[in-house]
Design a protein around this ligand. Structure first.
Ligand code: TRP
Ligand code: SF4
Length: 325
């Protein structure tokens, strides 16, 4: 049986947290064992929104790379590369832009949504409109058939399939139609109870030290019913419990829930169990990170860049041929 070809990417916007683990990295690791995987740090995509202040992108690239390696993305198994190091992507972006109707890009919902959300920035750029086409190129230049993404990306994948169909129809079969490999958007709350997100400042990072994990979880808001130690609570209403469900063992989850409802356990003891479990979960990542920190991770990226560029060159030669250019 032919192996699936996987491609996915992340923008280098900063260190990764448990939300990234639940929403993406977990399934990347799974796919890495059975498919031909390509994982790209998409720095050109970062520029579409950060073009006014790109100073942090370089540092963030290293940060993301270290986080990927720390969780176990294995550069021997997967091609790990930097988007901007594969110049073939820019040529295919140009070629496909010739046959991509403006209307298809304008009706992608994230276009208007992001403009509204980041209203402090001017996002009326050609590059920003082209974001989903650039993403399409990331995918098709590797001839990927499987794209692990969150549900927020299904429209981008739909556009990618439309462009693939249009290309194959106009010039001849070249690209497979990429299917999303959906990762449920994690219901993981941050330490303030809202969705875990860097911009809310409520995230537990994959690189947090044991001390930091404790300092973040100890002051967490709990179920408001538990004003005093003797007040029973409703665990389902408590963000600490939501984290327990993700990182504690089944019997601990049961014990904590029962103890919360009867006020047999105090919130501080409940949090202590969670702190220990989150730290236990992060420990293998810390170990691997410290190994990689002493290695030349730039070389790892450089090797991945070469492998990615070789595959891209192949595809592009075929495209040029089909487009008679
Ligand atoms: N748009 C994706 C996001 O915001 C990132 C991305 C860029 C991507 N190129 C990709 C994801 C290719 C999958 C495949 O998360
Ligand atoms: Fe939340 Fe645990 Fe306190 Fe219950 S005991 S309110 S689950 S922290």
């Amino acid at each position: 049986m032919n192996k699936h070809v996987v491609m996915s990417g992340m923008r280098p916007t900063g260190a990764l947290h448990l939300g990234h683990w639940e929403g993406a990295l977990k399934s990347w690791l799974l796919l890495q064992e059975s498919a031909v995987c390509h994982f790209s740090i998409v720095d050109w995509h970062a520029l579409t929104t950060e073009y006014q202040d790109p100073a942090n992108i370089g540092g963030n690239i290293r940060q993301v790379l270290l986080d990927w390696l720390a969780v176990g993305i294995d550069p021997e198994k997967s091609v790990v590369y930097l988007q901007s190091a594969v110049k073939e992507i820019s040529e295919l972006f140009l070629l496909l832009s010739m046959m991509t109707p403006l209307g298809w890009l304008e009706r992608v919902p994230t276009f208007k949504e992001q403009q509204a959300q980041l209203s402090d920035r001017d996002l009326n750029q050609y590059g920003f409109l082209g974001y989903p086409l650039l993403q399409t190129v990331d995918i098709v230049i590797m001839k990927a058939d499987t794209v692990p993404v969150g549900e927020d990306q299904v429209f981008h994948l739909e556009l990618a399939r439309e462009i693939v169909r249009r290309f194959n129809g106009l010039y001849g079969d070249c690209f497979p139609e990429p299917q999303p490999f959906l990762t449920p958007i994690p219901k993981l709350p941050g330490v303030d109870g809202r969705k875990m997100s860097k911009s809310y400042g409520n995230a537990i990072y994959l690189g947090d030290s044991p001390l930091m994990v404790g300092e973040k979880i100890r002051p967490m808001v709990t179920d408001i019913r538990r004003k005093r130690r003797s007040d029973p609570g409703v665990p389902e209403e408590c963000p600490v419990f939501a984290l327990h469900k993700a990182y504690s063992r089944a019997e601990q989850i049961k014990e904590v829930a029962a103890g919360c409802r009867t006020a047999d356990i105090g919130c501080l003891d409940c949090k202590k169990i969670l702190i220990a479990n989150v730290n236990e979960f992060l420990e293998p990542f810390r170990q691997r990170r410290s190994q990689y920190e002493n290695m030349a991770v730039n070389d790892i990226l450089a090797t991945g860049n070469l492998r990615a560029a070789e595959r891209a060159r192949h595809t592009l030669a075929q495209v040029r041929d089909l487009m008679k250019i």
